[in-house]
Design a protein around this ligand. Structure first.
Ligand SMILES: [Zn+2]
Ligand SMILES: [Zn+2]
Length: 97
């Protein structure tokens, strides 16, 4: 009984893995080619559309080719599973070199 339970868990994780592989977005190397910048409060209200939190002075943002900006940590997580902008759904095509 105990062994059967562990086997079930293994199969479950196997399915998760193939699901992630099927819907994979950008690799870390591709993410690294997208530009980042440090947020400086310019008086305009900006928030991250992934986590919905306001940008805070000094946070690292990543700009996508469509000029939408997000927390680097938030959009990196999104882009590892999707290759589109969370806001405009524009395809994020990193420059390959
Ligand atoms: Zn965020
Ligand atoms: Zn966009």
């Amino acid at each position: 009984m105990h062994l059967d339970g562990r086997r079930g868990m293994y199969i479950y994780w196997g399915n998760i893995h193939s699901y992630v592989r099927h819907t994979r977005g950008l690799s870390q190397r591709q993410l690294d080619t997208l530009s980042t910048k440090t947020f400086h409060d310019s008086g305009s209200l900006n928030s991250c559309r992934v986590c919905l939190a306001m940008f805070v002075e000094g946070e690292i943002l990543r700009s996508l080719p469509c000029s939408h900006e997000f927390h680097a940590v938030c959009v990196d997580q999104w882009l590892s599973m999707n290759s589109t902008c969370p806001v405009c759904r524009g395809t994020v095509r990193p420059s390959s070199n």
